[in-house]
Design a protein around this ligand. Structure first.
Ligand code: ADP
Length: 273
């Protein structure tokens, strides 16, 4: 097995012994340097997958490996260092009274030496374009800025994988764009594997690969283009192709020229958002 990856092997999970299975025999791999998007309607099991990835939960059946190491209670500190998580509500993620304190907090938890912390604070705030806000109080920031600080806090611990669990869901369109741009920059400039969990299909267009969850099972898997081209399969589970994809198809079938061929969802998305 390639070392730098997360692998789910036949994973089944339920919250209680007498409750229904919320994940059923789920298998997939997240490769190194890849951007994987996980989509699916509410309750399809996406957040449960995120929590299993960094040892907040453990499966009753099957196994999860992070960089070749099985996720079990004995390995969770090492796993958590490698798998950073950014959640939906930026306000719930703040613990410090300044942006700087906040970024330091995660590192303190991992026992990093002071000199390393000072360096990493600068470096990670720089990476998300928030270096000028170091001494600000987090609650004065916009939603998008708060999420960028949350991302910096995770980056400071130097993870190999970053999981964004509905990280844009509470943001306005500007904040959402900021975060998508930040994720894109991080993924292309560092050797980071990124997992974005979302119910917003527009965000899927930028990923390398997409997993569609339905009722605790992997329903479809492929590139964004593969997944959007099987529109009927998406409609069957109440999902719809994004507007950009539909527009491109309409233009094509009406014989109108697209500015670029072959269709690049990401560029179209940027033009239309
Ligand atoms: P999604 O992220 O796709 O909305 P979740 O992974 O949050 O889905 O939830 C999957 C299923 O697990 C849902 O039926 C949900 O009600 C149930 N569930 C989630 N969290 C808990 C919990 N803490 N206790 C019991 N059931 C839960």
């Amino acid at each position: 097995m390639e070392k730098s990856q997360i692998e789910f092997r036949n994973v089944s999970f339920r919250y209680h012994d007498d409750s229904p299975w919320v994940l059923k025999n789920v298998s997939f791999t997240i490769h190194s340097d890849e951007w994987l998007a996980i989509i699916g309607h509410n309750g399809s099991g996406k957040s449960t997958i995120a929590k299993l990835m960094n040892g907040l939960l453990f499966p009753q059946e099957g196994e999860i490996y992070v960089s070749g190491e099985k996720v079990v209670p004995e390995t969770i500190w090492d796993v958590r260092k490698q798998v950073g998580m950014v959640f939906q509500n930026p306000d719930n993620q703040f613990v410090g009274t300044t942006v700087r304190d906040d970024v330091a907090f995660g590192m303190e938890n991992h026992g990093l030496p002071r000199e390393v912390m000072v360096e990493r604070i600068q470096e990670s705030l720089d990476a998300v374009g928030m270096q000028e806000y170091e001494r600000q109080e987090p609650h004065r920031l916009s939603g998008g800025q708060k999420q960028r600080v949350a991302i910096a806090s995770v980056l400071a611990v130097s993870p190999k994988y970053m999981i964004f669990d509905e990280a844009t869901a509470m943001l306005d369109p500007k904040g959402r764009m900021e975060i998508m741009q930040t994720i894109r920059d991080l993924q292309s400039e560092r050797s980071l594997s990124v997992v974005t969990i979302t119910h917003d299909l527009r965000e899927v267009t930028q990923a390398d690969r997409v997993i569609v969850m339905n009722d605790g099972e992997v329903w479809m898997e492929g590139t964004p283009r593969d997944v959007f081209s099987k529109k009927n399969r998406l409609v069957e589970i109440g999902l719809d192709t994004p507007f950009v994809s539909k527009l491109a198809e309409e233009m094509k079938s009406a014989g109108l020229p697209l500015s670029r061929e072959p269709l690049n969802h990401q560029e179209l998305l940027e033009e239309l958002w």
